[in-house]
Design a protein around this ligand. Structure first.
Ligand code: ATP
Ligand code: MG
Length: 389
């Protein structure tokens, strides 16, 4: 009897001929999060992935495994031979651990699945025999097949796996199976959630942040690094490109109508994002834009902003209500950092009455007075890169 951890795959199982590719990416990601937890081994057996050799760090391993994408459940199991006597022993042992702290009667149900159809007994028979053995060996337990307090699961494959706990993981697709994206990360609530959502669809993420130092503070920048660290729990190591937008904002302020400030600076953000994407082979930009939330997010504004670049822009939050975005931010644990009260670069030169229905022609006219390429070159020359492990 060995203790192992079983991994139930999410959508990966639907991937047909590509399944191997998705599974291998997932295994790479599992190895990355378990690094440092000793000499473990990962193997596949009939549709599931198993990890052996982490029994001393089981809790930490499970905690980390429930934060990576491509997995729906993680279970600590006992692995035995497929001999019925071994399966009984393991089931009794696991259930005993669970009921010893309970007062009163504990109800249970045995659930068997059998991938090996050559096994001499059918699943309901196995469940019945193991259930009877449990009743003979543990006091204060009773069978309840409708709503049991505890489910005992038995998976019969090349080995038998017995478990009673299923920890829910994140679903989605393994990171790295859907290209690379550059997330425009502000210090707000929305953009970390947007990054999380695209990472969940398998996109490998790095971040781009704009500040207006010294108009915005060092602490505002540290807050964004902290958000990136919180995001990296799900995405793995990432880079944060940090670009000072102040000279661009000053040039806009001196040369263009005041009410166009927000739209014009957003177009610069996209262009700078596109340049970094081209130089580093990102497939797309990702933003936390959300239709109608603020002046720069009306459909007219979004149209005019995205015309600045050719690169695909993904906006996973476009149709969500703010309350739902806040709920997600709380769930992924970025919310508390997002609401720290440090100023954002967009508050510098904030127009009193920002345009909500910009016309592309007016914006293009205003941009004629700016030397766009050299402003971008200068901003990029001074960019910094933070590496988050
Ligand atoms: P957030 O909560 O993500 O800041 P928001 O509701 O404040 O979003 P906006 O300020 O209009 O919305 O920003 C829309 C999107 O533009 C952000 O989600 C982010 O992707 C990008 N963005 C805005 N400001 C910055 C910045 N300073 N650095 C990087 N990206 C930014
Ligand atoms: Mg913002």
């Amino acid at each position: 009897m060995d203790r192992v951890i079983s991994i139930s795959l999410g959508e990966v199982v639907l991937k047909g001929l590509n399944r191997k590719y998705f599974e291998n990416k997932l295994i790479d990601n599992i190895k990355r999060v378990l690094k440092g937890l000793g000499d473990f081994k990962i193997y596949k057996e009939q549709g599931k992935i198993y990890i052996e050799g982490v029994e001393n760090e089981e809790e930490i391993a499970i905690n980390r495994l429930t934060k990576i994408f491509g997995i729906i459940y993680v279970s600590p199991c006992i692995r035995t031979s497929t001999e019925l006597e071994d399966i009984k022993k393991a089931s009794i042992c696991l259930l005993n651990e669970k009921v010893k702290d309970e007062n009163g009667i504990v109800t249970f149900k045995v659930n068997t699945t059998r991938s090996d159809k050559r096994y001499p007994l059918i699943s309901p028979e196995i469940s019945r025999i193991v259930g009877a053995a449990i009743l003979d060996n543990i006091n204060n337990v009773k069978v309840d097949v409708v709503s049991p307090m505890i489910n005992v699961y038995i998976d019969i494959k090349e080995n038998a796996y017995i478990y009673i706990e299923k920890f829910k993981s994140r679903g989605g697709l393994p990171i790295g199976t859907n290209g690379k994206g550059l997330l425009l990360l502000s210090g707000g609530i929305d953009s970390p959630v947007a990054g999380y959502m695209m990472a969940k669809r398998g996109v490998e993420i790095d971040c781009l942040h704009f500040h207006s130092y010294p108009f915005t503070s060092q602490r505002a920048e540290e807050k964004v690094i902290k958000l990136a660290e919180e995001l990296s729990i799900y995405t793995g190591p990432l880079r944060v490109f940090s670009v000072n937008l102040l000279n661009i904002q000053k040039a806009i302020n001196e040369n263009c109508p005041e009410d166009q400030m927000t739209i014009l600076s957003r177009r610069f953000m996209m262009r700078i994002g596109e340049r970094i994407a081209q130089d580093n082979e990102y497939d797309c930009l990702i933003t936390g834009e959300n239709l109608g939330q603020v002046a720069s997010q009306t459909i007219e504004s979004i149209n005019v902003i995205e015309k600045a670049v050719d690169t695909t822009i993904l906006r996973p939050l476009i149709g969500f209500d703010k309350t739902d975005i806040v709920k997600m931010a709380v769930e992924i644990e970025t919310y508390e950092t997002s609401i720290l009260p440090y100023e954002d670069c967009c508050t510098v030169f904030l127009p009193k009455h920002p345009l909500t229905r910009p016309k592309l022609k007016d914006i293009l006219d205003a941009e004629k007075s700016l030397d766009i390429e050299s402003l971008i070159d200068e901003a990029l020359e001074n960019k910094k890169i933070h590496y988050i492990k």
